[in-house]
Design a protein around this ligand. Structure first.
Ligand code: F6P
Length: 358
């Protein structure tokens, strides 16, 4: 039976989102369905008429598969249940969104998002009775029930390449190089890239650090005759007093940032080493997707369409044991995936002599 489905991207962008959209469009079209791309996440549904455009396979000839970001646009602020107004108050716009979905006459919506977006979409779906399935994406890789989310692999590749590029210049100038990477609450990017990129020190929010341990490691590297040291730190690592390092932007939004500079000064004065800091920022999100992200995104898109075909709603596609499965969205939101401090990667890092700050 022919269907009309919507697809939206929500939360911070990442590499591989376009590959999910492409996969959904091609498979749905082969089933004779219509696909509508909803622009700027749930914000596109708040407008009257809703901001959407029909997506057809001719648009997805392969170029878009290779592109970072999302052709649909996305939003990671403005919760529709408490939408910020110009006068400083908030307004519940959930009814506008539900009206938008009704106007479009969609049989189901595929939401590509992280835990925050899924919590909002699920609340809306429960309230308005619309059908929804989820595709997990986040460079932070902190969503539960899936071993990997779209965007993580590319972010780790970008961070690893940054270490590759910092190492020769660190060696040329006898410096300690600190690379600050993203990861709002979890240290997955720092840990994976740190191992792959040969870091001497990896700091993640899951493991408390002491400046003395870091200084000791740097001195021991020097004592063994190496003239430089490499360090990677997750933006979510706190200062010595347990306070997060944050920046407030002109619109009042707070975002993590600054731990690299903070540690750079401390380490320079403790070890006497010349120290430089690189903040990788959004380059981790806008890069061309790796093969892994393209492959997982494609498989996720197909499975999301299969779920709609079978009428299995309220579920998120997930990657487990080398295949795509699906789980209740509620379970994915409820089980946050931080770095397992007793897991393989922490053990690997320690066995390689990498200092984790403890
Ligand atoms: O959650 C994804 C993420 O990229 C975090 O790693 C980072 O802290 C945050 O989003 C940055 O958000 P923004 O795009 O608003 O700067």
């Amino acid at each position: 039976m022919s269907k009309k489905i919507g697809i939206l991207t929500s939360g911070g962008d990442c590499a591989g989102l376009n590959a999910v959209i492409r996969s959904v469009v091609h498979y749905a079209d082969s089933l004779g369905w219509e696909v509508y791309g909803i622009l700027n996440g749930t914000h596109g549904l708040m407008s009257d008429p809703p901001r959407v455009r029909q997506l057809t396979p001719s648009e997805f000839d392969g170029t878009i598969l290779r592109q970072g970001g999302t052709i649909l646009g996305t939003m990671n602020k403005g919760n529709p249940f408490a939408f910020p107004c110009a006068d400083g108050t908030t307004k519940d716009l959930s009814d506008d969104i539900l009206k938008g979905i009704k106007t479009l006459g969609l049989d189901a919506i595929i939401g590509i998002g992280g835990d925050g977006s899924f919590a909002i979409l699920k609340q809306l779906a429960d309230l308005g009775g619309f059908n929804m399935v989820g595709v997990p994406k986040t460079i932070d890789n902190d969503l539960g029930c899936t071993e990997v989310s779209v965007g993580f692999d590319t972010a780790v590749m970008v961070a690893t390449e940054a270490l590759d590029r910092l190492q020769p210049t660190a060696a040329s100038h006898d410096r300690v190089m600190i690379l600050e990477v993203m990861g709002r609450d979890a240290g997955h990017i720092a840990l994976s890239a740190g191992i792959a990129g040969g870091a001497d020190v990896i700091l993640i929010p899951e493991i408390p650090y002491s400046l003395d341990s870091i200084a000791e490691k740097i001195q021991s590297v020097k004592a063994k005759g190496r003239n430089f040291a490499m360090m990677i730190v997750s933006e979510a690592v706190k200062d010595e007093n347990g306070n997060p390092l944050q920046k407030t932007f002109a619109d009042g939004q707070k975002r993590l940032g600054g731990i690299g500079d903070y540690l750079g000064e401390k380490i320079a004065s403790k070890t006497g080493s010349e120290t430089r800091v690189t903040v990788l920022g959004h380059t981790q999100r806008g890069a061309q997707p790796t093969f892994t992200d393209r492959m997982i995104a494609s498989a996720f898109g197909v499975h999301a369409v299969d779920l709609i075909r079978e009428g299995e709603y309220g579920r998120m596609v997930a990657w487990q044991n080398r295949k795509v499965v699906d789980v209740p969205i509620a379970d994915a939101i409820a089980t946050y995936q931080e770095v397992d401090t007793n897991g393989t990667l922490v053990h690997t890092a320690k066995a390689l002599g990498i200092c984790l700050g403890d």
